[in-house]
Design a protein around this ligand. Structure first.
Ligand SMILES: *[C@@H]1O[C@H](CO)[C@@H](O)[C@H](O)[C@H]1NC(C)=O
Ligand SMILES: *[C@@H]1O[C@H](CO)[C@@H](O)[C@H](O)[C@H]1NC(C)=O
Ligand SMILES: *[C@@H]1O[C@H](CO)[C@@H](O)[C@H](O)[C@H]1NC(C)=O
Ligand SMILES: *[C@@H]1O[C@H](CO)[C@@H](O)[C@H](O)[C@H]1NC(C)=O
Ligand SMILES: *[C@@H]1O[C@H](CO)[C@@H](O)[C@H](O)[C@H]1NC(C)=O
Ligand SMILES: *[C@@H]1O[C@H](CO)[C@@H](O)[C@H](O)[C@H]1NC(C)=O
Ligand SMILES: *[C@@H]1O[C@H](CO)[C@@H](O)[C@H](O)[C@H]1NC(C)=O
Ligand SMILES: *[C@@H]1O[C@H](CO)[C@@H](O)[C@H](O)[C@H]1NC(C)=O
Ligand SMILES: *[C@@H]1O[C@H](CO)[C@@H](O)[C@H](O)[C@H]1NC(C)=O
Length: 440
């Protein structure tokens, strides 16, 4: 167990020593000895740092006051961390690893934690959070609620994810950071199964290539939940190539977020704000609920919506969805004003009561879909092929059907004139607004 103490701990925050193992060891030893051990682990890192600083000082021959202040600052931060760790070790020894017998102990730890992280630099911050995580004090791995709440904690720039040149996947399954301030934090390549990011500030946060792998049980109230971002502030956050199952983004603000090639299966994204987000190549597959969401001015190029995603009442105004593929999805009463859906493939989908005025859905392929009562004023259907679609009572005033093919479609009660219908290159098998069936 102590082998780790001998390794060169040149990477704080990713020490080979499990903090939990260390704390368990400490429980069997006396407190002063425990503190001593802890200090050794830190000193290794600290002396590396000090050595580097000294070398730098020699280079600059003599150094200057700024340097002295910076060293003093380092020492001060190190003292804050060591003091914090010592008092945590003491509280854990006195009250047990879960602090469950003592509300006051939890409160004291929370206050001490918030105070410490506020004063620490990002590397020490990450080390501190990682140690709380490993001790299961901020997880739902052993209890239904996290033992210490980090609500309001200043965790800006917290880096728990993988570094740029590191392909190893860290794991923070069951992590609870509900309500924390995590602007510019990083969880790159991280396994976040069961993590709770309810209500935090995650502006610019980096979740590139993160995952929600199974195999980890957390004590959640919600069945099949993986990661929760309920009400999270995720403006300009990055979820490129991330892959989540059963994730929750309800009412999250993801304005201008980067979701290129993001895959979310069975996700609940109700009411989220994805306006101006880049969702190029995104995959949303169902059953899933993405109703009442905003995709205003968002990029949905080559996106894929499949297998029962419900987009009821969602807003795609001016979205760019060229090359999108939609299969078995529901857009009841959704809005698509002035959006572009060139080269779209749409199969078995429902657009009843959708408001699609000004949509450019030209050169697409639409099969077996329903547009009953939809508003399709000034729609561009040019060179689109529609098979087995119904437009009962839909409004197609001003729609452009140039070179389009409408086979076996039903226009009963549709508002469209003869001149428009004549533009189509085929209406074979379709029922015209006056009920006439065009022969095949
Ligand atoms: C604290 O938790 C442990 C293990 O979960 C349990 O055995 C013990 O009874 C709990 N103590 C209190 C006071 O709740
Ligand atoms: C976060 O990152 C952005 C863009 O890189 C930067 O403009 C901003 O100042 C950073 N904010 C914090 C709190 O680090
Ligand atoms: C996440 O944490 C918040 C605050 O502690 C809690 O209210 C919520 O129920 C948790 N969510 C899940 C899914 O456990
Ligand atoms: C989405 O979020 C942006 C930035 O916070 C805000 O300006 C915009 O009004 C929001 N959109 C909606 C529809 O709530
Ligand atoms: C979208 O897909 C088409 C066809 O596969 C491809 O030619 C195009 O480069 C893709 N566009 C983007 C932005 O990925
Ligand atoms: C759609 O475009 C038309 C013509 O450019 C414009 O008059 C109308 O206001 C636009 N509608 C929306 C909702 O942007
Ligand atoms: C309609 O779509 C066709 C084919 O994509 C395009 O050539 C034409 O310019 C579009 N018309 C309008 C008014 O946007
Ligand atoms: C078209 O719809 C009308 C109204 O629902 C229906 O009566 C008619 O049978 C349909 N035509 C075909 C060919 O299915
Ligand atoms: C129905 O409408 C088509 C074209 O819109 C027209 O050619 C046909 O004569 C009409 N049939 C009847 C019975 O009014």
């Amino acid at each position: 167990m102590l082998d780790c103490l001998k390794t060169k701990g040149n990477e704080v925050g990713k020490s080979k020593c499990s903090i939990l193992a260390l704390l368990q060891l400490l429980a069997t030893l006396s407190v002063p000895l425990a503190i001593g051990l802890y200090t050794i682990v830190h000193k290794t890192n600290e002396s590396d740092l000090a050595r580097q600083n000294r070398r730098k000082d020699l280079d600059i021959a003599g150094g200057n006051r700024a340097k002295d202040e910076s060293i003093a600052n380092e020492v001060r931060k190190e003292n804050i961390l060591v003091e914090y760790q010592n008092s945590l070790a003491k509280i854990l020894l006195d009250h047990g690893m879960t602090l469950n017998g003592s509300v006051s102990a939890r409160f004291v730890v929370r206050v001490k934690t918030l105070t410490a992280v506020k004063q620490l630099d990002t590397v020490r911050k990450a080390f501190l959070i990682q140690s709380l995580y490993e001790a299961n004090l901020i997880t739902t791995a052993v209890s239904t609620e996290s033992i210490i709440s980090l609500e309001g904690a200043d965790l800006n720039k917290l880096h728990l994810g993988s570094t740029e040149d590191d392909t190893e996947r860290p794991s923070h399954a069951c992590l609870s950071l509900a309500g924390a301030i995590l602007t510019n934090a990083s969880f790159r390549l991280d396994n976040l199964n069961g993590a709770n990011f309810t209500n935090p500030k995650l502006r610019f946060a980096d979740f590139t290539d993160s995952r929600t792998d199974y195999g980890q049980y957390c004590y959640h109230q919600i069945d099949h939940l993986s990661v929760s971002f309920h009400s999270a502030i995720l403006n300009e956050a990055n979820f490129m190539t991330a892959l989540y199952d059963n994730a929750i983004f309800t009412y999250a603000n993801m304005f201008q977020a980067n979701l290129q090639k993001f895959t979310c299966r069975y996700c609940n994204i109700v009411g989220a704000n994805l306006s101006e987000a880049d969702l190029t190549g995104v995959t949303f597959s169902g059953p899933a609920n993405i109703g009442w969401a905003k995709f205003i001015n968002s990029k949905l190029i080559n996106a894929s919506f499949t297998n029962g995603v419900n987009f009821q009442q969602s807003d795609f105004t001016r979205a760019n969805a060229n090359g999108i593929s939609i299969r078995q999805c529901m857009f009841y009463s959704a809005t698509f004003f002035n959006s572009t859906f060139n080269h779209a493939t749409i199969i078995n989908s429902d657009f009843k009561y959708a408001r699609m005025d000004g949509i450019d859905i030209s050169q697409g392929m639409i099969t077996n879909s329903v547009f009953n009562n939809a508003h399709l004023v000034d729609v561009n259907f040019s060179h689109t092929t529609c098979r087995q679609c119904t437009f009962l009572n839909a409004i197609l005033t001003g729609a452009n059907l140039q070179g389009a093919i409408f086979n076996m479609c039903n226009f009963t009660g549709t508002q469209i004139n003869d001149k428009q219908l004549e533009q189509a290159s085929s209406l074979a098998g379709s029922t015209l607004p006056n009920g006439t069936l065009v022969p095949n």
